[in-house]
Write a protein that binds this ligand. Structure first.
Ligand SMILES: [Zn+2]
Length: 258
């Protein structure tokens, strides 16, 4: 048997734009999930899809930049914490539309469809309420979230070596040394980003906004701690310690993403 080396370059799939996203939504039969298997999804109807996209942008789940879509940290966070519920199943919306169609053409009883939808919504809501969202992360969401306090630890405090935890209002040091690294360059960091940053990794922050209103992406890496001070809305002076970052920009490789 003979082998000959061959140099290949792989390219990530190109980002969705309005046209390709609508086309993908209109043609679920072409869709394969990460494992390569077909999934019979349906999201909205041809009449509602353009609005759904605009609503997602309005709600801050993704943004359109130079015509293509980028996910926002908010979307990643939502998927991390409640992405396994039926609300996020890509077949759910289609099933709901189908039962509504059933009512329209007389095949189904409106009352029983309504009852079923309500039950489904109730159980999802109860499920989400029952979760300790502060403690949930990608790593333990499969087990429903560990209930001990260590599970919301995202790393060691670079100031005092205490445990840094991730809570409703962002990350904070459990030793109350004043270290609150919740935001970077105006962006709220996700739990996963904080974890990576505290571990000393270089992390890409997407969708930062410059002073003249332009979006940009930037890599950050923790190089130390620095004090901060600002005056909050009520005029109170707030002091604390944040992360000192080393920053760099992603290399621009032409306009391949178009
Ligand atoms: Zn600390």
């Amino acid at each position: 048997m003979e082998f000959s080396p061959k140099e290949c370059v792989s390219k990530p799939p190109s980002r969705y734009n309005d046209g390709s996203l609508i086309k993908a939504l209109d043609n679920p039969e072409d869709y394969k999930d990460e494992s390569g298997s077909k999934v019979n999804y349906q999201i909205g109807t041809p009449a509602t899809r353009a609005n759904i996209i605009e609503d997602c942008i309005k709600c801050g789940y993704f943004r359109r930049e130079k015509g293509v879509f980028y996910a926002e940290a908010k979307a990643e966070h939502v998927i991390d914490t409640i992405g396994d519920t039926v609300l996020f199943d890509i077949t759910t919306s289609g099933q709901w539309e189908e039962s509504l169609d059933g009512v329209r053409n007389g095949e189904k009883q409106a009352l029983s469809v309504e009852k079923k939808l309500k039950e489904q919504c109730d159980s999802v809501t109860m499920d989400i309420i029952g979760r300790d969202l502060e403690k949930l992360s990608k790593g333990d969401s499969a087990t429903g979230g560990e209930k001990n306090s260590e599970s919301n630890s995202v790393g060691k405090c670079p100031k005092c070596d205490g445990d840094v935890r991730y809570g409703k209002f962002g990350a904070y040091c459990s030793q109350k040394c004043g270290f609150t690294p919740g935001k970077a360059f105006g962006k709220v960091l996700t739990r996963n980003q904080i974890t990576d940053i505290l571990a000393g990794k270089k992390v890409l922050l997407r969708g930062l906004r410059s002073k003249n209103g332009k979006n940009y992406d930037m890599y950050v890496r923790m190089v130390g701690v620095e004090p901060y001070e600002y005056t909050d809305k009520s005029g109170k002076k707030v002091q604390g310690f944040g992360i000192k970052y080393e920053t760099s920009f992603p290399e621009r490789k032409g306009k391949k993403e178009k």
